[in-house]
Design a protein around this ligand. Structure first.
Ligand SMILES: Nc1nc2c(ncn2[C@@H]2O[C@H](COP(=O)(O)OP(=O)(O)OP(=O)(O)O)[C@@H](O)[C@H]2O)c(=O)[nH]1
Length: 499
């Protein structure tokens, strides 16, 4: 196709992969100084197949004036109206549909489906960690891994089906029982790998959708003040009046490269009369929502006023969060109002109340004057807020770094697992369910005590059912890479190009 456009240059077609300076002329009229469209365009020609789409690509870098751009765009379709001396046939020239280059790249095997999904994420990445995550997925390594797993399953299924296809007197090098055991062994190893991959994909999801943080504490503990210090603006109302925050105030912020969603919530206190003051229905509803939000968070920050006692409602909800495995951090606030000896006492009190290790305990003062909006330039850290933020970031790093299975020779491949998208993760979970069915069919115990020893009586094993489970598991992997049902490809491309 680009050779057709040679008519624009009135000169030799540029040497492939060299940036060449060319005048662009109006097509189909004798070239003259009056038919020049752009006096100096940079032209780059990339012949297929090693191009972004796998097809010939011609890039015209013209001067940026709207009139020049308009004239060149108007001239391009005219190139197709007559064949020039170089091209054999005049192709249709039209504007590309949204995402068409990527679609063509996929059709010409220049990109696989996981790469396209990552490209979509690269384009929507807003934080540094999201950028790193999406860049990891733009190589073809994820697709290569899925395809290797699928091949392994197809081979395993082939071995099993040999047992069905051949007659009983057929000679096998291995007995059916040994063969079943060997296939089951391979499947169990694969299952462990996919499980580790899925666990990392869940961690990657935290980077993509943001880490959810809940601020929990008694009324007036300083939750809104802390939120404002973290985000560097007055996102929530701060007041001396207890019970100021009624509903959840959600704020999304980029903290050191991580997207976090912080929820400032109503202060917890028991329903009924508190200090002669009634807790109204609206506040009660706020407290209910606050507890729920805490239980659904990835990180719970308990804000404790250093001048008051620990509230029983706060400690109860915190304990529930600890039981759920939620990361709990305690920020002892208003340190400007108490002595050092009181602060020392707080350490043991917090440990006893919440069982939180010392590195998850921070002594802060939200009343201190430096603001976080200029935190990169602030040298002093009055209020210890920056120490607190660094502590939080260490937790983010911990929660979002790849888990590497023991004795893994190449940890880098597990980094890439973080880049697996939610669609891939769901299909992998489906694949795991089929592998479990397979192991059940060959009667390998499920659960932690999985044994690689196959059932001695291989004749009792339902080989047909087992082989079918392997086929379905392999199909899930095929759907991830776009080798499965064509509907999957269209669905993914549709979602990506919609964005
Ligand atoms: N001295 C001192 N006062 C603080 C500090 N942090 C917050 N305060 C004050 O404590 C009061 C309550 O602060 P808020 O941030 O509104 O507390 P809250 O926990 O959001 O309160 P509710 O919305 O009622 O749950 C305000 O008057 C703040 O100025 C601090 O570190 N030191």
């Amino acid at each position: 196709m680009p050779t057709t456009l040679g008519i624009l240059f009135c000169k030799s077609f540029p040497k492939p992969r060299y940036a060449t300076l060319r005048k662009l002329y109006a097509p189909n009229v004798p070239p003259s100084p009056t038919t020049v469209l752009d006096s100096g365009a940079l032209v780059l020609y990339f012949p297929s197949p090693n191009t972004v789409t796998g097809e010939d690509v011609l890039e015209l870098h013209v001067h940026g004036g709207p009139a020049i751009v308009r004239a060149v765009l108007a001239a391009i379709p005219q190139c197709a109206s007559k064949t020039d001396t170089v091209s054999l046939e005049a192709p249709q020239i039209r504007y590309a549909e949204p995402g068409e280059f990527t679609r063509r790249a996929f059709a010409n095997n220049r990109m696989d489906l996981p790469q396209i999904e990552s490209l979509s994420e690269t384009l929507s990445a807003t934080t540094e960690q999201q950028r790193k995550l999406s860049v990891r997925g733009t190589t073809s390594s994820l697709a290569v891994r899925y395809e290797a797993w699928r091949t392994l399953l197809l081979q395993a299924r082939g071995e099993l089906e040999a047992l069905i296809d051949f007659s009983e007197d057929q000679h096998f090098d291995e007995s059916p029982a040994v063969l079943c055991a060997s296939v089951a062994d391979q499947v169990q190893k694969l299952l462990a790998q996919i499980n580790a991959h899925v666990a990392n994909a869940v961690r990657g999801e935290l980077l993509r959708s943001g880490i959810s943080i809940a601020l929990l504490g008694a009324p007036n503990a300083g939750k809104s003040s802390l939120l404002n210090r973290i985000v560097g603006r007055e996102a929530a109302i701060v007041s001396q009046e207890a019970g100021t925050t009624r509903d959840i105030v959600e704020v999304g912020v980029d903290l050191g490269g991580w997207l976090v969603k912080i929820g400032d919530m109503a202060g917890l206190r028991k329903a009924g009369l508190v200090g002669g003051e009634a807790v109204g229905a609206v506040e009660q509803e706020g407290i209910k929502r606050a507890k729920q939000r805490a239980l659904e968070s990835d990180i719970l920050i308990v804000v404790q006023d250093a001048t008051t006692e620990i509230d029983s409602e706060v400690s109860e909800t915190t304990r529930q969060c600890v039981e759920l495995g939620i990361n709990v951090v305690v920020a002892i606030n208003k340190t400007d109002r108490v002595s050092q000896s009181t602060l020392d006492e707080w350490k043991s009190r917090i440990q006893a109340a919440f069982n939180v290790p010392a590195e998850r305990m921070f002594f802060i003062s939200c009343a201190a004057s430096d603001t976080l909006s200029n935190r990169s330039t602030v040298k002093s850290d009055s209020g210890n807020i920056q120490v607190f933020l660094r502590g939080l970031q260490a937790i983010f790093r911990d929660m979002t770094s790849a888990l590497v299975p023991d004795a893994e020779p190449d940890p880098s491949i597990w980094q890439e697992s973080l880049g697996a998208t939610e669609r891939q993760r769901l299909l992998l979970s489906e694949c795991l369910a089929h592998l479990d069915s397979f192991l059940l069919a060959v009667q390998i115990p499920l659960g932690d005590d999985r044994s690689v020893a196959a059932h001695d009586q291989a004749e009792e094993v339902d080989i047909v059912v087992a082989a079918e489970s392997l086929r379905q598991a392999a199909e899930c992997l095929a759907r991830i890479t776009g080798l499965g049902q064509s509907g999957d490809v269209e669905e993914v491309l549709g979602v990506v190009f919609e964005k």
